[in-house]
Design a protein around this ligand. Sequence first.
Ligand code: NAD
Ligand code: IPM
Ligand code: MN
Length: 360
Amino acid sequence: MTEPAPSKKRIAVIPGDGIGKEVIPQAVNVIQATGATVELTEFDWGADRYLRDRTTVPADGFAMLGRDFDAILVGAFGDPRVPTNIHAKQILLGMRFQMDLYANVRPVRLLDAALCPLKGIEPKDIDFVVIRENTEGVYTDAGGVFKQGTPDEIATQEDINTRKGVERIIRYAFEYCERHKKLDGSPRKQVLMCDKSNAMTHAGGLWQRVFKEVSREYPQIMAQHMYVDALCMQMVRDPRQFDVIVTNNMFGDIITDLAAGLQGGLGMAASGNIHPGKTSMFEPVHGSAPPIAGKNVANPVGAILTAAMMLGHLGMTREAEKIEAAVLEAVRQKKATQDIGGSLGTREAGEWVANFVGRE
Ligand code: NAD
Ligand code: IPM
Ligand code: MN
């Protein structure tokens, strides 16, 4: 009997701005080196296009992505020539909100002890994941300004928390905990909800109630809680204690940069913006890093691990594992960029990983 031909996964690639345009081509080369059956289509959405013709997202753009693609690989948005950041808001937050990619999954793993700024920490000590609510909170832009430019000016920024939104992200975290193992093969055991319910009592109260309710459905998983300020302190005192962290949009943004610091910096951190069953979007945690853009110094590892995460999500587990193994080897051998102790450029570091993946 012959095996049916594997269906080609269609991937939209949007490098965006700054170092996004350098790291994404490396991630794409690495995907191709795995031999994955994918069809890649590049889009020029970003600052250059915006400055040229004022387009941020072409008409019907999000509908097209959802209809014609299985996943989206994104670099970063942000350019000093667009001080309003309007294109980033419309493209990046637009994808998250309008495609309803409600779970921002940000794994935190230490690949080499030398990369962690903390004393006495080994790779096995840092293997947790932050599940960040990705479609509401203070990111919805609800609010406004009144009497702008006068001494009586007022600005409000509303924190939107819906029962549906809070419940689905908390449930996602418990499901994630149940279904994913740690890198050493041991089961995940704990979901920790992080909020600021001692001060933000309305929104925090909703998160607290829903967390208690949903956690009852998962008696085998330990349900824990920390205020976000205490969590920041614990993360640098003893990151071993974390397993799955679930939190709102803004706290998730902040603590994942802190967590990236534990991994060796923003150049190491990967993320997925996921709605189960819908076209999801994958991007490194870092931004466009204008000061280092165009210099062939940006670390491509975050983007490459993001590509692995995307292939894993699309069911290409073997290809994803190959990439992760190659990155681990590159980091250990310092076949990498300067920020993580190597001496290679972006292109050369990417090529090393692609060659490692492609040999066999
Ligand atoms: P940033 O992540 O771009 O940079 C923060 C620091 O990390 C800088 O010192 C930078 O040099 C370093 N860094 C980041 N990625 C690196 C890499 N791959 N290799 C080596 N060093 C790396 O954050 P920022 O400076 O706060 O923001 C710059 C722009 O990017 C802003 O316009 C911001 O809004 C945007 N941004 C976009 C995204 C996104 O599109 N997903 C994420 C964060 C920030
Ligand atoms: C991130 C970024 C974005 C966010 C910015 C660019 C709006 O910092 O993906 O972490 O805050 O979500
Ligand atoms: Mn961020």
